[in-house]
Write a protein that binds this ligand. Structure first.
Ligand SMILES: C[S@@+](CC[C@H](N)C(=O)[O-])C[C@H]1O[C@@H](n2cnc3c(N)ncnc32)[C@H](O)[C@@H]1O
Length: 474
């Protein structure tokens, strides 16, 4: 950032540097002109200094929104103008430490410790040590911004109550989202109902509810839409016995418990003791009771053990490269080595083959947060080929446009999700179902949760013509 000569630039309007920068930000927000036009059109005497401060504040804009929201600064200091707060907090935390003066400075300085603590908390949450690492990776500015998805925890509350709560908080409810365009242009204090997952609400990106009382009380779960698909598509009826083979930290387990209405049993396994401890706290907060946690290798379970004799449903979400997670580096920079991918795929194949050995199993969901075919379609294809003809792929959500890839025809039965195509994290989901005796070998359209938007009963693979027609439908 350009070297600042403090106090060198009070403009004709009498605004100091921070005030002038706040005025430029406000002008940008209300579409009054471009950054350059507003800076050079301002009466501030040192436009280069002003340009540098506004550009840097904008670069950190999402980070600053998170910190300001978490610290509740604007809620407490009602007289502080939002754009001025942003510039001042930028300079305090990431710039020169607020050596300038002006009317908002004292108000912000009162909260210095809290703001610094929120910055530290954000770094821990994002697992980074340097301030710059909080910034989106280069080029990510063009990537679509994934909304904040909020799953209503029906074990503790009702969708209508949560919608009413947010309305009372001055959010404006827009009903069910109808198109990708609607969701991607979501901003301000508006929110939608998701068209696929019945208890999922959609808020603008960067909305932070980590301090919200509903989140703290376990009434809402902050879970990306793609990560809600596996339990939603497994859809075990209340009373069922279900295995969650790789369960920690447990968002999908708590979703399963909600679908089961806490009636039935979830056998939840994980190898990682720390993640299991977090999961235990999270499940308690969510009010889930129908589960048994086991710190155990799923591969070491005996499918013939009588305690699993009624297990008809398995959710398998094994460790993967994580290449679909939007909070990581872009795929090219984060690409796992081919050997690592092969090792992961070998493990995933073993896990899937093992799961299919449970004698009463009727339906299994296999999911990964990976963008790599090797960990997804290829695993499903290989295991289905090896295990004979007992299981087949189910055509899930026929109206979902982003389908599985790969050489085998049934790949189109599977779902893919990505920031660009579905405004979610990158994800893969396949649903396998045991063939009924005498049933044909084709993939099936099983009784799975569908929504009004779905056409249901589509042939698989999805014909190209239909894909084009429905291009902008969610
Ligand atoms: C992708 S994460 C699961 C996320 C989880 N389903 C959720 O929604 O919160 C994969 C998990 O598999 C666990 N894991 C890896 N190998 C395992 C094994 N052989 N048996 C059980 N769990 C295993 C890891 O410890 C990790 O917690």
């Amino acid at each position: 950032m350009a070297e600042r000569r403090r106090g060198s630039g009070r403009g004709r309007s009498g605004l100091g540097l921070y005030g002038a920068a706040a005025a430029v930000l406000a002008g940008l927000e209300s579409g009054e002109g471009s950054l350059k036009t507003l800076v050079y059109g301002s009466s501030f005497q040192n436009p280069r200094l002003l340009f540098a401060l506004v550009s840097e504040t904008l670069r950190y804009s999402d980070v600053l929104d998170s910190i300001l929201g978490a610290a509740g600064l604007l809620r407490i200091e009602k007289k502080l103008q939002p754009q001025l707060a942003k510039v001042l907090v930028y300079d305090l935390l990431f710039g020169k430490g607020m050596c300038g003066g002006g009317r908002g400075k004292a108000l912000v300085l009162k909260h210095r410790a809290r703001l610094q603590a929120e910055l530290a908390r954000l770094k821990v949450q994002k697992k980074v040590s340097r301030n710059e690492d909080l910034l989106p990776p280069l080029g990510a500015e063009d990537a679509p911004r994934v909304p904040r998805y909020v799953r209503v925890n029906t074990l503790k509350t009702h969708l209508d109550d949560v919608v009413d709560y947010f309305k009372r908080q001055h959010y404006s409810y827009q009903g069910k989202a109808g198109s990708m365009e609607e969701v991607s242009s979501l901003s301000g204090k508006k929110f939608f109902l998701d068209p696929h997952i019945p208890e999922l609400l959609i808020f603008p990106p960067q909305t932070d509810f980590h301090d919200n009382q509903l989140y703290v009380a376990g009434h809402i779960i902050l879970q990306d839409k793609a990560s809600c698909l596996p339990a939603f598509l497994l859809n075990p009826p209340p009373g069922s016995h279900v295995i969650d083979a790789c369960a920690a930290p447990g968002n999908k387990t708590s979703h399963l418990a909600a679908i089961l209405k806490n009636k039935g049993r979830i056998f939840a396994f994980d190898l990682d003791a720390k993640r299991l401890a977090t999961m235990s706290t999270m499940l308690m907060r969510a009010g889930a009771t129908c589960y048994q946690l086991a710190h155990q290798d799923f591969l070491a379970t005996d499918p013939r053990d009588s305690k699993y004799s009624q297990v008809k449903y398995i959710l398998l979400d094994p460790s993967c490269s994580g290449s679909g997670m939007t909070n990581r580096l872009p795929v090219e920079e984060n690409a796992p080595l081919p050997e690592r991918l092969q090792a992961l795929a070998g493990f995933q194949r073993k896990m899937l083959a093992h799961a299919l050995n449970f004698p009463s199993l009727q339906r299994l969901v296999y999911s990964t947060c990976s963008v790599h075919q090797e960990e997804s379609e290829d695993v499903v294809q290989d295991v289905l080929q090896q295990q004979g003809k007992d299981f087949r792929l189910v055509k899930i959500l026929p109206s979902w446009l982003h389908r599985g890839v790969g050489a085998f025809a049934e790949a189109k039965c599977c779902l893919r999700a990505s920031p660009k195509e579905t405004l979610t994290d990158g994800f893969f989901v396949a649903v396998l179902e045991r063939r009924r005796a005498g049933a044909s070998e084709e993939s099936s359209t099983a009784e799975l949760p569908e929504t009004e938007n779905s056409t249901g009963g589509d042939a698989c693979p999805v014909p190209k013509k239909r894909m084009k027609q429905a291009r902008s439908a969610l």
